[in-house]
Ligand binder design. Sequence first.
Ligand code: B12
Length: 425
Amino acid sequence: MKAVLLLVAVLAALAAGRPCAPDHDEITLKLNKELLRSTEEPDSLPNPSVHIALRLSTQHNLNKEGQHLNQLKTKLHQDIQSSLVARQMVVGRLALYILALRSSCHDLNSLTLSDGKTSEPLLTHLKRQMEKEKEHIAFSHRPLTNYYQYSLGVLALCVSGVRVSSHVSHKLVHAVQHGLIKHGDSLCIDSHAMAGMALQCLKDAGTPMKNVEELDKALATIKQKLLNSQRTDGHLGNEFSTGLAVQALLAMGSSVMECSTSMEALRSDARKGSYHNAMAISQTLPALQQRSYLQLKSMECRDEDDTLVLDAAPVVEVLPSLTNVPVQVEVLKADGSSSEYKFEVPSGSSLLEVLTLLQDHQMGFTFEKEDSLWGPFLSQVNREQARQTDRRYWHLSSNGNSLTQGIKDYKIEEAQKITIKNTAY
Ligand code: B12
């Protein structure tokens, strides 16, 4: 009897075009609640990517989403303005901010940003930043930031109904066709996914292009690269790029069945608890709900569900670890010189805790970090900076395998050798 009921449920889900996993709704609800809870963290900068995912979701808590929108309009707005005054590039953050405002159907023209001299609408600033990026690409074959942010910029302009200059879009098409979109020195699935959504938006909008055939070719190349990146466990790229890759495939017209092994890979990692970083959830949840950033264009914000409630915050009791594990930390500087540190840490420590212990024990090790939407980014080790302006960063690996998480999220469960290498990209 049970088997028959399960079969009926699966067939009903298939008929409704929904992915067939009995715990699908439970998984998405849990992620949705975690995302909403993350907006209550008092100290951190409000995250526009989190807002977009909350707004794209099928379930809402309209009061809390409204409060979050207000925080974006004050704290994030101020943060972007300070960067503009300091003449720093803000393409990615500004694009995400615009997409977040769009996701709440906020009138974009009612907000302005000042660069210290004049106050202008957000979209005017974004257009100007994209011009700077475009000129930098023409001059040095890469954006000032990266192609992920360049794509976000194109997407935000397009979703807001602004005409994107054919020179700007052509630079993205060219980068796709010439394999210029990388993460470190490997192919970047996340950036290809974002480029796919941006170019699909331009295609749907009938944006005049230098060469329409080239746009179609670039979209086909992206789709192929995303599909080719599938691992045996179903993930596209890795567990943190699959959400964006599925979103892009959906936006580019793939049916959910085509994505179903990737959908199952996402659910499988969600069950394991891999998505606890709010940024990771914000890129995964829309995909699990078969939504993509492209849908922000047609958001109407009318007759929305308002049933999402947060239960009391769970009390997490952190028990001290009873076992210690030996860790070796190797630092490789830009000139090739190396230093090694060996010691023991409680099992389950984050790499950030390990580095802090190492620094506190005054073994000559020092480090500094910078805040980002993903958490702390390791920026300086043993007084050497790996600057993004010099196209360098501290690459992290464990026993020779590149880490797929940053210093705060990566946990040391067993003996290993961590290598921190000043790397050019
Ligand atoms: C571009 C990029 C980079 C560039 C950033 C510099 C640049 N100017 O291009 C470089 C190559 C340096 C880089 C490095 C790393 N990256 Co990276 N990166 C990205 C990418 C493609 C876009 C980030 C971006 O511009 N976002 C838009 C702006 C608006 O947001 P932002 O927060 O202000 O952006 C800054 C931070 O994201 C920061 N950053 C970049 N990567 C990472 C990773 C971590 C863990 C942190 C805390 C910050 C951080 O650099 C951005 C530019 O200043 C994302 C893809 C994604 N899905 O988000 C991956 C991504 C964030 N990176 C990732 C990883 C794993 C790393 C590394 C840890 C790899 C490694 N083994 O060393 C290192 C970071 C090590 C360190 N020193 O702390 C993962 C993070 C997954 C996770 N759960 O934490 C992602 C999601 C890619 C993936 N699918 O695996 N990255």
